[in-house]
Design a protein around this ligand. Structure first.
Ligand code: AMP
Ligand code: TRP
Length: 327
């Protein structure tokens, strides 16, 4: 029996957050033992909005190091940087020739961000690059947050259309029920998710590379409510419940039963900060080692680059043949 293939990417559009870790990275690390996982740093996707080249380079390197530091094992999973595999861009063009302007215009993310002056053309065609990321590897499952499910749906439509027009070429990925995805909320505004795209000094965003002092300060200042009772109730008490959810995710206990063991908000905040600091310490140490040892980081990412290239080349070839590109 062949293993199921999972694929997911994270765009290095900011320093990764505790949300990225609990909602994505940590799940990849757990799943690498049971699936054939492909996990990549989607560096090209970060060019769809205004960027600074030096910062982009640093974020790409640091994000790749975090993938490895979190425990993704290049011997088990394929861990790579998107721009190391030119087939992504090559297939993206073929999919731009498959997609329609109408359906790309309906993408919620584009509707939200695309109206501004200076909007890059690549922000509009971005779902075609994301479809290429997925279809190149024949991924069956694409674990992503709810805001990305429309793009996975489009990927399915493009795969089916291409297969119908030009002959069976792509595996059509499944649509994952995203409701299960744990969401870490912003500590200052617990009605919205913690986002890596917020400014680097945002007080409500815990970064994976924040120092223990900074992490503790952010949790101490987290918005709660004036009731003073530690109780799990995401609707009435979003701030306190978010802290309980984070603690639950790190301890493996349920948020409701955790609430009964903690008496005050100060105690809760300290407990969460302690758990986060302890969880992140080894990851931060390994990240720093890798970033300081570029040859080792390059060696590890080369393993992924090679495997990604080997896997994607035949699919790109087949798509080119099917579309009538003779070589
Ligand atoms: P993003 O940072 O939105 O590009 O998302 C990259 C990955 O991290 C996706 O799989 C998201 O589902 C996950 N993720 C991002 N932010 C959060 C959050 N606050 N809580 C849980 N998962 C998140
Ligand atoms: N667009 C995704 C995000 O912003 C990242 C991403 C790029 C991705 N390509 C992908 C996720 C392919 C899954 C599969 O979060």
């Amino acid at each position: 029996m062949t293993m199921q293939r999972d694929l997911s990417g994270i765009t290095p559009s900011g320093h990764l957050t505790l949300g990225n870790y609990l909602g994505a990275l940590r799940r990849f690390v757990e799943r690498q033992h049971t699936v054939d996982g492909f996990y990549f740093v989607a560096d090209l996707h970060a060019l769809t909005t205004k960027h600074d080249p030096a910062k982009h380079r640093e974020l790409t390197t640091s994000t790749a190091a975090l993938f490895l530091a979190a425990g993704l094992d290049p011997q088990r999973a394929t861990v790579f940087v998107q721009s190391d595999v030119p087939a992504h861009v090559q297939l993206a063009y073929l999919l731009e020739c498959t997609a329609h302007v109408g359906e790309l215009s309906r993408m919620i993310q584009f509707k939200e961000k695309g109206g501004r002056p200076g909007t890059r053309a690549s922000l509009f065609t971005y779902p075609c690059l994301m479809a290429a990321d997925i279809l190149l590897y024949g991924a069956q499952r694409v674990p992503v947050g709810g805001d990305q499910s429309q793009h996975v749906e489009l990927t399915r439509d493009l795969a089916v259309r291409f297969n119908t027009l030009y002959g069976p070429t792509f595996v059509v990925p499944e649509l994952e029920p995203t409701a299960l995805t744990a969401r870490v909320l912003d500590l200052q505004d617990p009605t919205r998710k913690m986002s890596k795209s917020d400014s680097d000094d945002a007080a409500g965003v815990v970064r994976l590379l924040d120092t223990p002092d900074v992490i503790r300060r952010k949790f101490r200042r987290a918005v709660t409510d004036s009731e003073g009772e530690v109780r799990y109730d995401p609707h009435a008490k979003p701030g306190v419940s978010n802290l309980l959810d984070i603690l639950a995710a790190l301890t493996g206990q349920g948020p409701v039963s955790l609430a009964t063991t903690i008496t005050g908000y100060g105690q809760l905040k300290d407990a969460v900060a302690d758990a986060v600091i302890a969880e992140l310490r080894p990851l931060q140490e390994r990240h720093d080692e890798l970033v300081a040892d570029r040859p080792e980081l390059a060696r590890l990412l080369d393993i992924g680059r090679q495997r990604a290239r080997e896997t994607s080349t035949p699919v790109l070839d087949q798509a080119q043949q099917a579309m009538g590109i003779t070589r």
